[in-house]
Ligand binder design. Sequence first.
Ligand SMILES: Nc1ncnc2c1ncn2[C@@H]1O[C@H](COP(=O)(O)OP(=O)(O)OP(=O)(O)O)[C@@H](O)[C@H]1O
Ligand SMILES: Nc1ncnc2c1ncn2[C@@H]1O[C@H](COP(=O)(O)OP(=O)(O)OP(=O)(O)O)[C@@H](O)[C@H]1O
Ligand SMILES: [Mg+2]
Ligand SMILES: [Mg+2]
Lengths: 227, 227
Amino acid sequence: LLQLVNVTRVYHSDAGPVPALGPLSLDLHPGEFVAIMGPSGSGKSTLLALAGALDQPTAGQVILAGQNLAGATPTALAELRRRVIGYIFQDLNLLPGLTAAENVALPLELDETPAASARQAATQALTEVGLAHLAQRFPDDLSGGEQQRVAIARAFVGHRRLLLADEPTGALDSVTGENVMRLLHSQTRAGRTALLVTHNAAHAAWADRVIYLRDGLVADEVVAPQP
Amino acid sequence: LLQLVNVTRVYHSDAGPVPALGPLSLDLHPGEFVAIMGPSGSGKSTLLALAGALDQPTAGQVILAGQNLAGATPTALAELRRRVIGYIFQDLNLLPGLTAAENVALPLELDETPAASARQAATQALTEVGLAHLAQRFPDDLSGGEQQRVAIARAFVGHRRLLLADEPTGALDSVTGENVMRLLHSQTRAGRTALLVTHNAAHAAWADRVIYLRDGLVADEVVAPQP
Ligand SMILES: Nc1ncnc2c1ncn2[C@@H]1O[C@H](COP(=O)(O)OP(=O)(O)OP(=O)(O)O)[C@@H](O)[C@H]1O
Ligand SMILES: Nc1ncnc2c1ncn2[C@@H]1O[C@H](COP(=O)(O)OP(=O)(O)OP(=O)(O)O)[C@@H](O)[C@H]1O
Ligand SMILES: [Mg+2]
Ligand SMILES: [Mg+2]
């Protein structure tokens, strides 16, 4: 479903080039649940941005759902981001002017899903993260962990095949965090594919394999024992 | 140094009153390191906002450095926030138009510290969190964990007596997170007082005692065994 082929990403800052990632290759198959761990600044969010067509590599190829992103038109990229990929951003990116339910329904609304079924899907997703009672609240009036759960629910709505989660449990207590991992894991058993960045080894344990980054390169890879 | 006496905080939302915290009492002595744990939405950030004079209780008193905040003038409150309290916010609150070093130096600059010593203190604080090489970067060009460390460094500059940290390690890998806890702990051994909200029991273990919140009330309190 997703292939990163020798990708490199160099940022250009005032102080000079910043080699944030690569060369790195990754193969993600449908239904697979892969976790990425590594020190702060090791390139995890950069990797996720390349995987999610939110950023372009400085070198190498990103192939998503059979499509080489380098050749993709802006329209095709926008459609991929809307229909194929569900994001949970490290800084959440909720829209403050929309309620929790409206934020969660937004990907479906943008994809021209009928309003009624979009709202129903949003309600179900919020229920799964324990926030049905806060559907009408605005993000500014929610706790940090509640905001994070709204962002998680938003990634789960619809039938997008690839879930990209950048540290989705950082603001959650262990019980709530475990619940999110259980949800994510069951989604992949049902056929979705997930790439999860996490600092929490207990959460990485839910994945089929764990890739360890250090200084933008793969330092290690561990395949989970089959139960 | 800090006393919360039967404080209650009720938010007023469109759907009706939200009893977020209390009645709750807390006594924090100079040099003490107290951790607050609890489920998402249990009132931890609300408690910290009251302790830090960023919010007023609906009922009860907050007494900081001998001063009852209820009677304090806006000027007195601003001075407390600038001189006595160092904050690490759950959503960081870095100024995007300032570099990392400028963000860290800001509390000192606002307190009319000479620019040279403010910059020196900022450099030292950034070095302690491993970010000396990123001093000239802007927050938008930093990783999530790097941004969090800038916010931590900012709270450490100057000689403010009370450190209020709202989940300061959520975006950090375990090694970096441990380093921050070691810094915070050594600050309290040197005389500072710290109130730390965390979901990470391993980090709460650095504290002298741990208070557990549930639904806005104290559910339990554990005193750390003396080594
Ligand atoms: N501005 C607000 N208006 C209405 N309700 C609010 C507001 N801010 C917080 N709340 C509610 O108050 C309760 C406590 O919020 P608080 O932010 O203190 O929780 P928390 O323990 O810090 O949670 P987390 O671990 O998720 O950060 C939550 O139920 C939240 O929904
Ligand atoms: N816009 C940018 N300009 C310059 N350098 C950047 C930019 N964004 C990130 N970097 C640098 O690239 C490196 C990798 O960043 P990235 O955000 O991928 O790290 P990360 O592994 O997600 O870290 P964290 O765990 O702290 O979130 C870091 O050293 C960071 O300072
Ligand atoms: Mg990151
Ligand atoms: Mg909070």
